[in-house]
Design a binder for this molecule. Structure first.
Ligand SMILES: Nc1ncnc2c1ncn2[C@@H]1O[C@H](COP(=O)(O)OP(=O)(O)OP(=O)(O)O)[C@@H](O)[C@H]1O
Ligand SMILES: [Mg+2]
Length: 312
C-alpha cells in the first residue's frame, strides 16, 4: 500500500529525512515513532503530496506522490498535527463541506456524514457549532473529515496529542474499527508504549534516520533478547534450597550474571536464546527446586525509546 524508497528531504542545511526506505502492507496499522524533530511530519507531508522530497520516491497504492499527486491524493486521508476548523459551521456542515470538495453526490454526502459522525462518536454533536466542541472532539471531527472520500490510506499526525486518557482510549477504539474496515493507517506519536499497544508494526525514526522497522514482537525481541530472567522460588523454601538453586544456575555455561533480588527471587542474565532458557528451567526442575515463576523482565518501552533514539 505504501512504499518509500530512499526518501530524503533537506531544508537548507537541515537534513530532515535521510534516505528513508519503508514498505507498509495493506490493512496494517503502522506506528511512526520518534522524538521531536525526527522527521515524522516531514515524511507525512511528503506522502500527503504537500511537500516535495529532495530525492527518493514514495508510492501510495502504486501512485507516485510526485509524479501522480492527484491519483495519490484520492487514496489518502490526511489528518495534520495542527489543523484549522471552520468555527462558524455545524459539525455536519463541516463534513458536508469537505464531501462537496470531493464531489460526493447529495445522497452520498448525507450517508457519509451520518456514518462518520457515528464512527467518531459525535452523533450527538451533529448540530453543534464546531467552535463549541472540545479539542478532543475537534480532533475526532478532523479524523472524520480525513475519511470523507473513503480513502484506503490514512496519515494521522499525532492524532491523540493533548487528549485525556479516556479520549485516547476512545481514539484507540476508533482506530481498531478503521482497521476492521480494512484501512491502512500510518500514525505518528512520540509515545512508543501507546503505539505499540495498538499497532501491528512500527518504525522508529531519529534525526531523519530509520532506527528500527518491524513488528512490535520483533522490537521486543530485539530489545529484550538480553533482558534478565526472573526466577522466583517458593516463598519460605529455605536458605539451603536457594543456595542449591544458585549452585545449579552457576553450573550453566551460558550464565552471564546472577543476582539475588530478594530472599526468594533470582535474576539471571544469560547468553543465548530460547534453547538455553529452556535448558535452565529443565535443570532447576530436575533438581526439584520449587520454581513458582520464571519469566523475562518485561521491556520498558520508555527506556527502549530513550536507548534507540540515543537520548538516554
Ligand atoms: N519548514 C521548515 N523549514 C526548515 N526546517 C524545517 C521545516 N520543517 C521542519 N524542519 C526541520 O526538519 C526536522 C524534522 O522536522 P519534523 O517536523 O518533520 O519532525 P517531527 O518528527 O514531526 O517532530 P515533532 O515530534 O516535534 O512533531 C527538524 O529539524 C525541523 O527543524
Ligand atoms: Mg511532527
Amino acid at each position: 500500500m505504501l512504499k518509500l524508497c530512499e526518501l530524503s528531504k533537506s531544508y537548507g542545511q537541515v537534513q530532515a529525512l535521510d534516505a528513508l526506505s519503508l514498505e507498509i502492507g495493506e490493512g496494517q496499522l503502522h506506528g511512526f515513532v520518534g522524538p521531536n524533530g525526527a522527521g515524522k511530519t516531514t515524511t507525512m507531508r511528503i506522502l500527503a503530496t504537500l511537500l516535495k522530497p529532495t530525492s527518493g520516491t514514495a508510492q501510495v497504492n502504486g501512485a507516485d506522490v510526485v509524479r501522480s499527486p492527484a491519483e495519490a491524493r484520492k487514496q489518502i486521508g490526511w489528518m495534520p498535527d495542527f489543523f484549522g476548523v471552520y468555527d462558524s459551521l455545524k459539525s455536519w456542515e463541516y463534513l458536508d463541506f469537505y464531501a462537496r470538495c470531493h464531489r460526493l453526490g447529495t445522497k452520498e454526502r448525507k450517508q457519509m456524514t451520518d456514518r462518520l459522525l457515528a464512527l467518531v462518536h459525535l452523533e450527538d454533536k451533529r448540530d453543534a457549532y464546531v467552535d463549541s466542541l472540545s479539542r478532543g472532539m475537534k480532533q475526532r471531527l478532523c479524523l472524520a473529515r480525513a475519511l470523507i472520500h473513503d480513502p484506503k490510506l490514512l496519515l494521522l499526525d499525532e492524532p491523540a496529542s493533548g487528549m485525556d486518557p479516556r479520549a485516547r482510549a476512545d481514539m484507540k477504539s476508533i482506530l481498531r474499527t478503521l482497521r476492521e474496515m480494512g484501512k491502512t493507517v500510518l500514525i505518528s506519536s512520540h509515545i512508543l508504549p501507546e503505539l505499540s499497544e495498538m499497532c501491528d508494526s512500527l518504525t522508529i525514526l531519529d534525526h531523519g534516520h530509520l532506527v528500527f522497522s518491524g513488528s512490535v514482537a520483533e522490537l521486543s525481541d530485539k530489545m529484550n533478547g538480553n533482558a534478565p530472567l526472573i526466577i522466583r522460588l517458593q516463598e519460605g523454601c529455605g536458605g539451603e534450597t536457594v543456595e542449591r538453586a544458585v549452585a545449579c544456575l552457576k553450573e550453566m555455561p551460558f550464565l552471564q550474571e546472577l543476582l539475588q533480588e530478594e530472599p526468594y527471587c533470582l535474576k539471571a542474565r544469560l547468553e543465548g536464546g530460547e534453547e538455553e532458557t529452556a535448558r535452565m528451567l529443565r535443570e532447576l526442575i530436575r533438581q526439584e527446586i520449587p520454581v513458582c515463576d520464571f519469566h523475562r523482565a518485561p521491556m520498558n518501552l520508555e527506556k527502549v525509546f530513550m536507548e534507540v533514539t540515543g537520548d538516554a
